[in-house]
Structure formats: C-alpha cells, structure tokens
Design a protein around this ligand. Structure first.
Ligand code: NAG
Ligand code: NAG
Length: 627
C-alpha cells in the first residue's frame, strides 16, 4: 500500500507494483519486500534453512557459503527469468518423458521371472525370508525392464509382486513411476506416500509425490514436499528449487483469489490509506450551501451529503465509514439538484476505496455526465483506470480534464503520478513543477518533485527541493517523513531517524486523533533493518497498530520483525493478517507468499523432525541478519 506520495528511492519501480489509488509510487510495501534482496540479507532460518525474500519472490537457501553466493547472484531481468524458467520447464519435460525407476541395489540376475513360483498374498507367507528377498529383487529387475519398454501395466504387476515379497520404498516408488507415466495421480500419491512412510528422506519419492500433487492441484501439499526435498538435497537440485518458487506463487495466488472473493465489499481500507488518497487532491472549500452546520436535515439527500463531508474531515475509520454510508443515502434520498454530480463523485470515491471498481466507475461516469466541468471526476476516474492497468484510458481522462480547465493544478499532479509510476521521471518532474507553478500550496507536489529528482540521480537538486520545502512547510510532518526516507537511502542513518522523530512529534501534535503512522513504520524499518534493534522497532509497530489497527504495512513490518527474531509462529499470524488487509491483488499475493513460505517451513519442521537434526548436524544455523 502506498504512502502519501514518495517512494523509497533505490527500489526500482517494478511493473508489478500495485497502483494504489493515490496513483503513486510503490512504497513501503516494496521496501519491506526488497530490502532483503538488496542487502543480500538472509531473513530468517529454521533448522539452518534460510528464507530469502527477493523482489522475485521468496527463495529458500541453505544457510552455508554456497547459499550466500546463490543469493548474491545478480537479479535477473524478468525476461531472463522467463527464459530460464522455460529452459527449466523443457528440461523437466524431457526428464519426465524418459524417467528411469530407481535401481539403488545391484542388479540381480534378470532371468525370466516365469521360473518363479506363483506369488500372491497366500503363497507369499510360505516363503522363507531369503526366498522373498531373492524373488523381490528378480521381480523388481523385471519390473524395471518392463518399465523401460514402456509396458507399464506389466511393470505395475511385477512391482506389486515384489512389494508382496518385501515392502521396499524403492518398489513403491518405482510402481509410482509407472502410475506417473499413466497419469494416475491418485495412485502416484498413494505409492509415494507408502515409500515415504518407509523412508522419510527419500527425495525421489518426495519429488514424485509433489509432482502428482501439483497435477491434482493440491498446491500446498506439493509445496510442502518440494520444500522438504530441497532441504534434504541441500538445494542442489535447481528444478526442485524452481518448483518451490513456482508453487509458492500458485498457492499464494489461489489463496488470494479466496480472499478477494470473501472480501467484505462494504469495508473501507485503513484510515491511513483513505486519508492518503483523499489528500492526493487539493482541499477545496465546501460548495456553497454545504458548509458545516449543527442542524443537518438527515432525511434529505443534501443533509446526508453535508453529513458525509463533515465526517470526512475527522479522518478516523468510523468517520470514513459514516461518510461512505451518508453518500450512499444521499443518492438514495435524491433531490440533490446542483449537488448531484458531487454526490456521484463522492459515492464513487468511497466505492472505489472499498474495492468496487466497476460500480465506482459508473458513478464517476454519471458525475461527469451531469457536470463535465468538475475536473476532479475525470482525475479520479483516471486514477481508477490506472489502478486497473488501463493507462491509455487514464491518460485520456486526464487530457479531457485539461480541456475542461487547463489551470487545474490537481490534473498535472496526477498526470505526474502516472508518469512516475511508469518510470518516466523527466515527464513526471515537468508535471509536478507545472502543478507547483499553478499552486505552490500543495505539499505533495513538492515532495514528489524531490523524490523524482532523486530517482533521476539529481541528488543535489532533490536535497535542495526538500530543504526548501521544509522551509516553506515547516509545520507539515509529511515532508520530514519523506526527507527521512531519502536520507536513509544515502546512509545518513542518524539524520534520517531525526526526521522521522520530528514527523512523529508533529503528527502527534497536529492530528492526535488521526495520526499518520508512516513515520513510525519508517523508523521501525530503519531500526531493525539497519541496526537490528528489534525491541524498539516492535514498540513502534505496536504504537502504529494502536493508532491504525488495519494498517497493512504496519502489520507486514511487524511480521518481518518477528520472523527475523525467529518468532515464526507469530510472524505467520501477522503475514496472514497483512494479506487480509492488503487492498490490491498484487499486495495480497505478496503478503501471502511470505505467509506460505513461513507456514511451509513450520510444517516441514513438524513433519520431518529428522530433517532438523540432519541440518543442524551440518553446522548451519548462524544467521547473519541485515546487511
Ligand atoms: C504352504 O506350504 C504347505 C506345506 O509346504 C502347503 O501344504 C500349503 O499348500 C502351502 N500353502 C500355499 C498357500 O501354497
Ligand atoms: C531434480 O528434481 C526433479 C523434480 O523436481 C527430478 O525430476 C530430478 O530427477 C531431480 N534431479 C536430480 C539430479 O536429482
């Protein structure tokens, strides 16, 4: 979720970055996600396995030297990654086309099994131990031969008899290979499970079962098996490691879909988010006739509109909910006359905030139809289009708005945002400047201009912009917050902390009831990412969550904080909560990837206690922390 405007500078604007409605940069969310990979840091370890969160996703590594090399590999571009994945996939397909069953044991003479006595459940009890062993080997070898000539049904029969003689994990796994070739996934699961029960660290069986689970679309189960297999294999098998990443994404996407479906459409996101969106437009005086008053006529559309506008100024969660309800009622009651276009604009705004994009768009269409001169409706519609990935439509709306009023500074600010999120910093800077030229009272144009200059590499101009802005907006906390972010990026830790402190203090003084929690989170992130000061960071997150319990970035920060301290179970709860609170599909998937990686690690630990022992025996376990 995006902050009021600025982005953490070094973080590249990634194409998948969710366009939070304030039409801004990806921000704290990406900062949470990216710091690990940027700092080549290992986030946490369980039984010697490190989970590294990278921009590409969550990657597990064994916590050893080879690991560090692996995680320090240059980040591949999206295209390269896709290419590599495709190569992996093809290699895998080839292997799958010509699988060979296991043959760990020395081949016994493969003479005709026809010479063997009849073998079934009844006769087998009559053989001696020696005989059973001998027969089982002959049967297995014959089975391998049948498998080699793709006579799967015969191979299954032979392996079945071998299993009767001696329940050996290899025989089960080989029979599973036959079922695999026949695409009988349920039976693959059954046989590999039998093999794994006999030999819990049997990697080939685990991989085979994982593959079957994937075909059965039981992605969580597949993920668990591949993860265990990677750990046993010490992450030497790249295709298994790739499978873990692939499945993490699948599981996260699947669960994200469930979350999106069950999301309460009548619920607003956190007040931090709502305020940030609303303040991305310049404050306008109330339209005549809608000023604050103590005797609102609640049974009229106009009265409701008035009530909603008053509530919006309070900036708390309850007040925003009240506003949303009031705007719905206003249009139900009707009789709005000259205020009708505004009512549609406002109802659409809150519907959009609640995530009902389609309905919100219809409201803005209606608002524009009723009053084409209300440029803000075009701008809001543009931001919705942008959030839905329709850049052209967004640009078109902004163009139409300019045709209505080419002196409206809001339009240029939002066009700048559009350029900014697409990485077109020159154009963005030009539009921020234009917005400032038309009205220099709006602080976010200044802040964003500074951030944009920073992104363009003009550090000196950027710093100058911030210093000037602080001079002109001495009492506005936001400027200190974003200045702090840029200072932090330049390694000026103490100065940055000072700015966050100033921002926090001002927030407390000016808006005690509706404090913006971003400076708290920024300070918490700085403290724990750069100084490993966990308890202080945790206190800040706690404070942020008391002010805004629904703030997803605060929740996500807390989750990472807990994770890095090894409080894995608690971390999982916070990651899940972050996913519930996240607003866009991209953010939800992001939060869920962390949650699933964490959950899987816990499950592996529980299910394979012998793995933990094995890994600890390898002397892993140190965890380097940040930097
Ligand atoms: C088992 O062996 C006994 C004696 O050798 C024989 O009588 C019996 O028929 C055998 N049972 C089966 C099921 O072959
Ligand atoms: C690597 O793992 C894949 C399954 O993920 C498996 O098919 C392949 O045989 C494994 N390769 C080695 C060398 O173990």
């Amino acid at each position: 979720m995006s902050g009021a405007s600025a982005a953490p500078p070094r973080v590249p604007v990634s194409p998948r970055a969710p366009v939070a409605i304030p039409v801004e940069s990806p921000s704290v969310w990406d900062r949470i996600t990216n710091w690990a990979s940027e700092n080549k840091a290992i986030v946490y370890t369980i039984a010697g396995v490190a989970v590294v969160f990278t921009g590409a996703g969550v990657v597990y590594y064994l916590n050893s030297d080879s690991t560090l090399k692996a995680s320090a590999e240059p980040r591949l571009s999206k295209k390269e990654r896709r290419k590599r994945k495709e190569a992996d996939r093809q290699a895998e397909a080839q292997r799958a086309a010509a699988p060979s069953p296991d043959s760990k044991q020395k081949a016994a003479s493969v003479e005709s099994v026809d010479e063997l006595p009849e073998i079934n459940e009844d006769t087998v009890t009559n053989f001696t131990e020696e005989q059973r062993k001998e027969y089982s080997l002959k049967l297995k070898n014959a089975g391998n031969k049948a498998y080699g000539s793709k006579d799967y049904n015969r191979a299954i029969d032979l392996y079945s008899k071998a299993i009767l003689c001696k329940p050996d994990p290899i025989f089960y796994s080989n029979r599973a290979a036959c079922y695999n070739a026949l695409g009988s996934w349920d039976q693959v699961v059954e046989d590999t499970t039998a093999a794994i029960n006999l030999d819990p660290l049997y990697v080939k069986a685990l991989n085979r079962r994982a593959n079957a689970y994937e075909h059965l679309e039981q992605f969580s189960e597949a993920l668990l098996d591949f993860t265990a297999s990677c750990i046993i294999d010490e992450f030497k098998n790249e295709s298994s490691a790739a499978a873990v990443e692939r499945l993490l994404k699948k599981v996260a996407e699947q669960k994200a879909e469930d979350i999106l479906k069950s999301k309460d459409p009548s619920k607003l996101p956190s007040p931090t988010f709502v305020s940030n969106y609303i303040q991305s437009f310049r404050e306008k005086p109330r339209p005549e006739g809608l000023e604050d008053t103590n005797d609102i006529q609640e049974d009229t559309g106009k009265g409701q509109l008035q009530q909603g506008l008053q509530a919006m100024d309070k900036k708390t969660h309850e007040a925003y909910e009240e506003a949303a309800t009031a705007f719905e009622k206003a249009l139900e009651l009707g009789g709005l006359d000259e205020y009708e276009a505004l009512a549609y604009n406002l109802r659409g705004t809150f519907r959009c905030l609640k995530g009902s994009q389609e309905e919100a768009l219809l409201d803005l269409d209606k608002s524009i139809e009723l009053d084409p001169s209300m440029t803000q409706s075009y701008v809001k519609r543009a931001s919705m289009h942008l959030e839905m990935g329709a850049r052209d439509k967004a640009a078109d709306d902004l163009e139409k708005a300019i045709q209505q009023n080419d002196q409206d500074p809001d339009i240029y600010y939002h066009r700048a945002q559009l350029h900014f999120i697409h990485g077109e910093f020159q154009d963005a800077a030009k539009d921020y400047q234009k917005s400032i030229d038309l009205d220099n009272k709006f602080i976010f144009s200044h802040i964003q201009l500074g951030v944009t200059q920073y992104k363009m590499g003009s550090i000196a101009s950027s710093m100058a912009t911030f210093r000037r802005t602080i001079k002109n907006f001495e009492k506005v906390p936001d400027v200190y917050n974003y200045y702090g972010e840029l200072l932090l990026d330049q390694g000026k830790f103490d100065e940055a902390i000072q700015k966050f402190d100033t921002a926090m203090e001002m927030e407390k003084q000016t808006k005690p009831m509706a404090m913006n929690v971003l400076p708290l989170i920024n300070k918490a992130l700085a403290l724990f990412q750069q100084r490993n000061e966990f308890s202080e960071a945790e206190k800040l997150c706690d404070a942020a969550l008391i002010i805004d319990p629904e703030c997803d970035i605060a929740v996500a920060t807390m989750a990472q904080l807990l994770l890095q301290q090894g409080k894995v179970t608690d971390a999982l709860k916070y990651f899940e909560r972050a996913a519930e609170l996240a607003r866009t599909p991209g953010e939800i998937v992001n939060a869920l990837s962390y949650a699933e990686a964490t959950r899987t690690q816990l499950q592996v630990q529980e299910k394979y206690p012998q793995l933990a022992a094995k890994l600890q025996g390898m002397g892993a376990g140190a965890f380097p922390g940040g930097r």
